[in-house]
Design a protein around this ligand. Structure first.
Ligand code: G6P
Ligand code: ZN
Length: 565
């Protein structure tokens, strides 16, 4: 079949600037004539994909199958030699990162808006990943954005749609297409990392006292989790729920936190399940939540780092270094100091970890935004974190044959060794951009004039006082390529080491989302009651002071945050 290449004239659209994780907009925006085509052509205009292999994956959300066809047509017209595509347009973000690396592809295009809701009136997203399997760095996304501003035409081949529902290889115009099983490579990868036989024997020997429930929130992880929990670990089918991926996530908000993953929280509480976990729409986030036991992501990554040598991958390869994003609590820094590992503080966004991993200086890292991962791929990895926790619990129980060790035991042992960084995040979603800008300007003014420095603020309800010792705007120089990222969030530091961070989200699709992060450290010598307190209580005074200092309620016109994590 011959395929003619057509050149279609177009005009630039405003606002095609990729955010923290690609271009995210309402589906209706992407459905405008030429909108999606423009962005895809701008990707090809920014990379050198002639003769190369590209991966296409995504979380299967609404508008994905159509977009895969668009990418195939435009990519083929732009000289791509081969496309590797997940069956039914599905490859979780971590699975796609693995496929890019494993098959040495030039890059990949991921169709996802991560944890944002899906469906005709909700969100869609397009994200470009480079050959290391990680999100494109800013120099690439900036180039894509520049090209969207000047685009005059796009190239496309004339071809019938490809059947995405069957695996196999065929040619498509001048290009080869390989439709692959979405799950197999990923399961093989995790099997090479974790001690599945230890986990399996722990779970089968304690099947009455230690039950497991994974909630896919109707996102992409369903088939992956079913393969891992049911087929590999031999758990009953009831150990997974909401594991059929749906284009609109069943109308839910596929974000694993205490608010949006309520199906998990309810099932865990009602059925007294010791180990629960959930992942987001595209499978890179995770939440660990057992009966009466919530693991804050900042603690989760610190605990995985502490226990790394029970995980075969790290036992074999060693731990090369640790890292966290700036707003994430400093719990992991304490593990690094104690164990003598190098550690890094990077801006929010997984892309910042990639260079460190490629340079062999980083093994385990995480973000407060429910992202945890390692250098096995270049994206955060929800199921990796969940299996890491099961591996740790299996190892801890092997060391304690007479007493069942659960999530809370792991947490309190960690706090006794390192102390505890109480941490919480308040999100004010979709507030007017002008209010958000005014809030930032207010803090920025205090930074320049030093008007907050050395001022003391007393919480009315707890009576605790906090004295401001520093205010700064976080900037990062990448230690590998020396690129500089400025303006990554305002930090207010207090004399007791507590911190409050204000940052504008880079992943929203409408208005602005303001995030306020609070952290207060309690040393390991504190009594057990203090160390194991509810986080909201431990942070009450600091939160009051943060709200007062920032005048947040005034600027945003909101009394309460949309989500507290
Ligand atoms: C995505 C990114 C993360 C980031 C998170 C929150 O999940 O991959 O790296 O931490 O979004 O970003 P935001 O800019 O919305 O705070
Ligand atoms: Zn995600």
């Amino acid at each position: 079949m011959s395929h003619t290449i057509k050149e279609i004239p177009t005009k630039p659209f405003d606002g095609q600037k990729p955010g923290t994780s690609g271009l995210r907009k309402r589906v209706k925006v992407f459905q405008q004539e030429h909108y999606t085509e423009n962005f895809i052509q701008s990707i090809f205009d920014s990379i050198d994909a002639g003769g190369a292999t590209l991966v296409i994956g995504g979380d299967g959300r609404y508008f994905s199958p159509e977009t895969v066809q668009t990418i195939l047509k435009i990519g083929s017209a732009n000289g791509v030699a081969k496309f590797i595509v997940g069956k039914d347009a599905i490859l979780s973000t971590p699975a796609a990162s693995n496929v890019i690396r494993k098959y040495k592809a030039y890059g990949g295009i991921l169709l996802t808006a991560s944890h944002n809701p899906g469906g005709p009136d909700k969100d869609f997203g397009i994200k470009y990943n480079v050959s290391n399997g990680g999100p494109a760095p800013e120099n690439v996304t900036d180039k894509i954005f520049e090209n969207t501003k000047t685009i005059k035409s796009y190239k496309i081949i004339d071809a019938p749609p490809v059947d995405l529902s069957k695996t196999g290889e065929f040619s498509y115009g001048p290009t080869d297409v390989s439709i692959i099983d979405s799950v197999a490579d990923y399961v093989e990868l995790l099997k090479s990392i974790f001690d599945f036989s230890l986990i399996k024997s722990f779970l089968s020997s304690r099947s009455n006292e230690f039950r497991v429930l994974f909630d896919g929130l109707h996102g992409v992880t369903g088939p992956y989790a079913t393969a891992l929990f049911v087929d590999v670990l031999g758990l009953p089918k009831s150990s997974v729920q909401n594991c059929v991926p749906l284009p609109d996530f069943g109308g839910g908000h596929p974000d694993p936190n205490l608010t949006y993953a309520h199906t998990l929280v309810e099932a865990v509480e009602t059925n007294g399940i010791q180990f629960g976990a959930a992942s987001d729409g595209d499978g890179d986030r995770n939440m660990i939540y057992g009966k009466g036991a919530f693991v804050t992501p900042s603690d989760s990554v610190a605990i995985i780092a502490h226990w790394a040598d029970v995980i075969p991958y790290f036992k074999k390869g060693g731990v090369k270094g640790l890292a966290r994003s700036m707003p994430t609590s400093k719990a992991i820094d304490l593990v690094a100091k104690k164990k003598g590992f190098e550690y890094f503080e990077v801006p929010t966004g997984w892309k910042f970890f990639g260079n460190l991993m490629d340079a062999g200086r980083l093994s385990i890292c995480g973000e407060e935004s429910f992202g945890t991962g390692s250098d096995h791929i270049r994206e955060k990895d929800g199921l990796w974190a969940v299996i890491a926790w099961l591996n740790i619990l299996a190892a801890a129980n092997a060391q304690s044959p007479n007493k069942l060790v659960g999530i809370n035991d792991i947490l309190s042992a960690h706090y006794k060794t390192y102390g505890r960084s109480f941490f919480s995040r308040y999100d004010y979603e979709e507030v007017p951009s002008s209010g958000a800008a005014a809030l930032v300007a207010h803090i920025d003014k205090a930074l320049t004039s030093r008007s907050l420095n050395d001022t003391t603020h007393k919480s009315a309800s707890t009576g605790t006082s906090f004295t401001v010792s520093d205010v700064y705007n976080f900037a990062y120089t990448d230690p590998i390529d020396k690129s500089v990222s400025k303006n990554q969030g305002h930090v207010i530091v207090f004399s007791d080491g507590s911190r409050v961070v204000f940052r504008l989200s880079g992943t929203g699709s409408e208005g602005a989302t303001v995030r306020m992060y609070v952290e207060r450290y309690v040393a390991p010598e504190a009594d057990e009651a203090e160390l194991t307190r509810d986080a909201a209580e431990g942070l009450k005074g600091l939160i009051e002071v943060a709200l007062e200092l920032s005048k947040l309620k005034e600027f945003l016109g909101r009394d309460e945050p949309t989500v507290i994590t």
